[in-house]
Design a protein around this ligand. Structure first.
Ligand SMILES: [Fe+2]
Ligand SMILES: [Fe+2]
Length: 244
């Protein structure tokens, strides 16, 4: 269940069931509420030193390679996670939207394999990349497969990707300026163009399906968790690969 405002008091003549129904927001109001609720965590993610370090332009080619290995080890899992949601999705219209989404995300990992060549490494090194233990997002997404679609979408599209939109443009511009490897530019450009649409898919699904108190509570918990994991992961990447 969502946290209630401290001022809220259940009227003594209402049953718990009546009270739950009364407290359930419409899908539209819930998305609005959730966006505000996530704002402090979004700000914490967006102010991770990871972004400033990238945009400073001071990273060496080897640092960029190590960071992109981590990114690869994460996004390599995206196609199979999204495909699993397509298989589970009960709504035909939403399924079509997920299929478009899969098409956009599925191409990205191979760009980074190409990047390995461009920075003078064996592409196999990229394919074998393993995430550092602090970066647990894709494991969490696999775990969410046992839950409801709104939990995954709240965590991934509405939590994670919507927060990404705050930095994608400046990350791309810094790549053009300081790290102009063709495949890196390609993935960062597509990201800066597509991430807003991926975030909107989150909005679309939550508005339609997170319409019970229980699902709103689960979606909120999943979105918060994914942002907390993102903070831990991004900050750890900074400590390991970027801090000079
Ligand atoms: Fe992506
Ligand atoms: Fe995306």
């Amino acid at each position: 269940m969502r946290d209630l405002p401290a001022s809220y008091q259940r009227k003594p003549n209402k049953t718990v069931e009546e009270w739950r129904i009364e407290m359930t927001l419409s899908g539209e109001k819930f998305v609005e509420w959730l966006d505000k609720e996530l704002e402090p965590l979004r700000q914490e993610v967006a102010s991770s030193p990871y972004y400033d370090a990238w945009c400073s332009g001071k990273l060496s080619k080897e640092q960029v390679f190590e960071l992109m290995k981590q990114r690869y080890a994460y996004i390599r899992e995206n196609p199979s996670i999204i495909a699993a949601w397509i298989a589970k999705c009960p709504d035909p219209e939403t399924r079509l939207k997920f299929i478009d989404y899969l098409h956009e995300e599925a191409a990205h990992p191979e760009y980074l394999v190409e990047l390995a060549r461009e920075v003078g490494h064996d592409p196999e090194e990229m394919r074998q990349a393993e995430l550092i233990p602090e970066f647990t997002t894709p494991y969490y997404y696999y775990w969410l497969l046992r839950g409801h679609m709104v939990e995954f979408v709240a965590a991934n599209n509405f939590g994670n990707e919507r927060t990404n939109t705050r930095n994608t443009k400046r990350m791309y511009e810094a790549s053009v300026r300081y790290y102009p490897f063709p495949s890196l530019l390609r993935i960062n450009k597509e990201h800066s163009e597509e991430e807003g649409g991926h975030a909107e898919l989150g909005h679309y699904v939550l508005e339609r399906f997170a319409i019970t108190d229980e699902l709103q509570g689960k979606a909120t918990a999943a979105a918060k968790k994914s942002l907390r994991l993102k903070i831990i992961g991004q900050n750890a990447l900074y400590e390991r690969f970027m801090k000079s």
